[in-house]
Design a protein around this ligand. Sequence first.
Ligand SMILES: [Zn+2]
Length: 454
Amino acid sequence: MSHDLVVCNGTVVTPDQGTLRADVAADDGVVSAIARPNSLTGEHVVDATGNHVLPGAIDPHVHYGLYRDYALDHETETRGDLVGGVTTVGNIFRRPGSYPEIMADYVERSEANSYHDYFYTLGILSHDHVEEIPYIVNELGITSFKWYALYKFMTREKFGLDDYLLDDVGDGMIQALAAQDVPTTLGYHAENAEITRSLLDPGDPDADYHALRERYPGYAETQSMVAGAALAKCHDYDENFYAVHISSGRTADELAALRAAGYRLWGETCPHYLVYTADECDARMKVTPPMRGAEDRETLWARLADGTIDCVGTDHVCNTLDEKLGDDIWETKLAFSGTQTMLPLVLSEGVNAGRLSLERAVEVTSTNAAKAWNLYPKKGAIRVGSDADLVVVDLDDTRTVTPDLLQSGADYSIYEGMEVTGWPTHTVVRGRVAFEDGEVVGEPGDGTHVDRPV
Ligand SMILES: [Zn+2]
């Protein structure tokens, strides 16, 4: 029998079933067979000889429509993601209005413009949002939410809401989520807003990157992560509590201590904390939490390797250098693009630098995100019946990062000029080759929303 697609003779890496040389076949968008090398035939064949075949990478932490048109972000960013082997993203999305009223329109624009699959994580900003949780979970197929601790005193001015996002809202969202019949996830942006006072005090307009580090000390993240996790634990919800973008080594160490004490938590860090220290940063790298010291960076790598930090997500936003830079670092835009370079950086700085095994790299860039966000085993696995989201990588391919290479909407990359070793040769979205020979060959509309539970 001939299959729709065969990825032949590659070294297939899955954390669950080990690493083996095999053919992987896809039919009707799902993996239909895994067999001895060069034993399967297909209408379309990708020769993976000498390369590795991984489950498509999942970036659970992107923000579309933050600075640019929502539909345009979906189109340019999911397109560029294919260059970097990403086949699913979690769009962390917040609006002050009623989600049941507004989501249909956003989904429509996403469906028309996505090159790969996506899911939503909705920011809960108010008690009204808390009350919408059962409807969102049961009617919209969206089971993940976010608590932005940094917005504690910002919701009135920033979003025009009646109240601040105090801990009673967080308590309410955890209780509402714990009461749902299907598995849910709560992403938590750890930041003690009383310590960082991020919106309350204007900063010195002449400040440089180091002022960010002082404004957002690592311990304000650590303390807030522990406090949020403790509240989740009080409602037996710690298993579904996911600390996003851990930047401080101390936070990662406390995550390990909480696990040892019986907490079941998820933790995420970002490539920029694994690559840069604050000393190496300029205004392009403005993000909260900010980059930290060399010791933090090495602790994050060690905690990623030892199983404490489960996932790598990027906090991706698309913006241009023009928008990004300005005279006053407190006024310029936050964050930068990252999804397209996520997997190559983990392969280059993790696997090829000897910090992570290839199996661990697959866990932290795909399998664990699928598990944490309740996409598994539809996503994050190469097994019969899973979506045929695959990436073939050449671990020896060295490229210098440029915006052109990444083919997304940003005209800069904070990794520009860096030599990165380990790049996709092919990216497959649900059984269709979407990137090959350096070209995106997928189409907008190929991607779709992943309704949960899967
Ligand atoms: Zn974010």
